[in-house]
Design a binder for this molecule. Structure first.
Ligand code: KIV
Ligand code: ZN
Length: 516
């Protein structure tokens, strides 16, 4: 049996640092449960000290999953560590991930600290955390630009203080496979006590080397790989964990490693992350891109028809991609719907089924053929609307001239009140968005708008992603409908609902004119 490689997923922490990505607690729990099915060993659920909301989400994730270890990030100060203790210290199978920058540039320019001061902080915080957690990961931020002797010195000291995992991040995506191999070999050879801890790698993709560097680390002795699904994360992102998993499996002959990853869960996990973060998967993305298993040139097609392995090194079904099927029609019943969800690997409880079936009937009236993708879209967009959230109700549009539209918009607000707005714009969507702004008396900036078709055919469901901003950082929204104008309105209102505290503020100031 090969050596066991542990997968540390930081989609909910480093991944959430992707500009414009903000996940609410329910979404974080949904992702964590999916990561559990995927077979992730450690989930970094967030940064508990960042805000009370982040701490609550970290706790909710730790309570929701049972197999993976759940950790929260902390800087080397007591407040951060206390925030983690308070959030998850009482929950089984949890730990802490403490980091401080160790490179000269970070020590001098960012922290204004000497080597000794950084070392003292590291040791002091690991010793303190060790009173509360058995699992303590320590990261030397910007390790790949740190003096190797100093990395060994600090590693030795934090191991003595109680660290159980040592991580050497390539924080700025600067290293090369050869250099990273050398780092792991050097630290392994020159650090007392290193054999008692798990070594971890954490690679960013600024130069497109995150996968090669992670694999170099594994070859040099790292037993844990950190990354994010779909390779999201700060700047150019983190290594895409699905790529690491697919590589270790496909080239087992070369790496001889074992993992706990259930490859068949990859497609579903990747789609969920894309949907909840609003970050589309590029068609040419390795392992999970839409084109990864399609063959367009005649020569390739000919080869694949004769023998798939001529041009396919992985079977799409092994990654969890199912063949799209025309599934159900207008007359299909609830049981057929339930059965198809089960075949697709989704567990739907009776309450969910009842709600989905209603939406399904509405959709079946408007769309001739319903595909698997439509069903999944229905399942994933079941309204999680709480009473204080806004919901698009209906609208009418007037064409004033070839490039001037007027929209009359109705939105459902708290206690089912109807809020009306009127907007004019140079296209239908511009007019509707202005109508929504008018109804809710807000001004938001639309910074991104994307539209995709969920399945095939002219009557396909349209899926719209938007990103908006008022004073805060950007938030995303998603909407789905056969009518792309309605999908656009849904996406915009979904994003507005995510602007922290906005609804409460609007209602409190009574700024919304309501019609009972
Ligand atoms: O990239 C990095 O250095 C990090 C640390 C906080 C582990 O994300
Ligand atoms: Zn990182």
């Amino acid at each position: 049996m090969g050596k066991r490689i542990y997968f540390f997923d930081t989609t909910l922490r480093d991944g959430e640092q992707t500009p414009g990505v903000n996940l609410n607690q329910d979404e974080k729990v949904e992702i964590a449960l999916r990561l559990e099915s995927l077979g992730i060993d450690v989930i970094e659920a967030g940064f508990a000290a960042a805000s009370p909301g982040d701490a609550r989400a970290v706790r909710a994730v730790a309570k929701a999953v049972s197999k993976p270890m759940v950790v929260s990030l902390a800087r080397t100060n007591k407040q951060d560590i206390d925030a983690v203790i308070e959030a998850i210290g009482d929950i089984e199978n949890t730990g802490i991930h403490i980091f401080i920058a160790t490179s000269p540039i970070h020590r001098e320019r960012k922290l204004g600290m000497t080597k000794e001061q950084v070392m003292d902080k590291a040791v002091e915080s690991v010793s303190y955390a060790a009173k509360f957690f058995k699992h303590i990961e320590f990261s030397c931020e910007d390790a790949t630009r740190t003096e190797l002797e100093y990395l060994c010195e600090i590693s030795e000291k934090v191991i003595e203080a109680g660290a159980t995992v040592l991580n050497f991040p390539d924080t700025v995506g600067y290293t090369t496979p050869e250099e990273y191999t050398h780092l792991f070999q050097y630290v392994t050879e020159h650090t007392k006590g290193i054999e008692s801890v798990r070594l971890s790698c954490h690679c960013h993709d600024d130069l497109g080397l995150a996968l090669s560097n992670s694999i170099a680390a594994v070859k040099a002795g790292a037993l844990q790989v950190e990354g994010c699904i779909n390779g999201i994360g700060e700047r150019a992102g983190n290594v895409a964990l699905e790529e690491v998993a697919a590589l270790l499996e496909t080239r087992k002959d070369n790496y001889q490693t074992e993992t706990g990853i259930n490859l068949k869960e990859i497609a579903k996990t990747s789609k969920l992350i894309s949907r909840l973060t609003g970050i589309a998967i590029p068609p040419n993305k390795a392992v999970v891109g839409g084109n990864a298993y399609s063959h367009s040139s005649g020569i390739h097609q000919d080869g694949v028809i004769k023998d798939k392995s001529t041009y396919e090194i992985m079977k799409p079904e092994n990654i969890g991609f199912t063949e799209t099927k025309l599934v159900l029609g207008k007359l299909s019943g609830r049981n057929a719907l339930k059965k198809r969800f089960e075949e697709l690997g989704y567990t739907v409880n009776e309450d969910q089924l009842k709600e989905i079936f209603k939406s399904y009937k509405v959709l079946a009236d408007r769309k001739k053929e319903i595909f698997d993708e439509d069903l999944i879209a229905l399942l994933e967009t079941q309204p999680a609307r709480n009473e204080s959230q806004f919901q698009f109700k209906d609208m009418s549009l007037q064409i004033l001239s070839s490039n001037q539209y007027r929209a009359f918009v109705n939105i459902t607000g708290e206690n089912n009140t109807i809020i009306e707005g009127i907007g004019e714009g140079n296209g239908p969507i511009d007019a509707i968005y202005k109508g929504i702004d008018d109804a809710l008396k807000i001004e938001v900036e639309l910074i991104d708008y994307k539209i995709n078709s969920v399945s095939k055919g002219k009557d396909s469901l349209g899926e719209v992603f938007v990103r908006i901003k008022n004073n805060d950082s950007p938030v995303k929204g998603r909407g789905i409908d056969v009518d792309i104008i309605v999908a656009s309105a849904n996406a915009y209102i979904d994003a507005i609902n995510r602007l922290t505290g906005l609804n409460e503020k609007l209602y409190q100031t009574n700024s919304i004119p309501v019609q009972k």
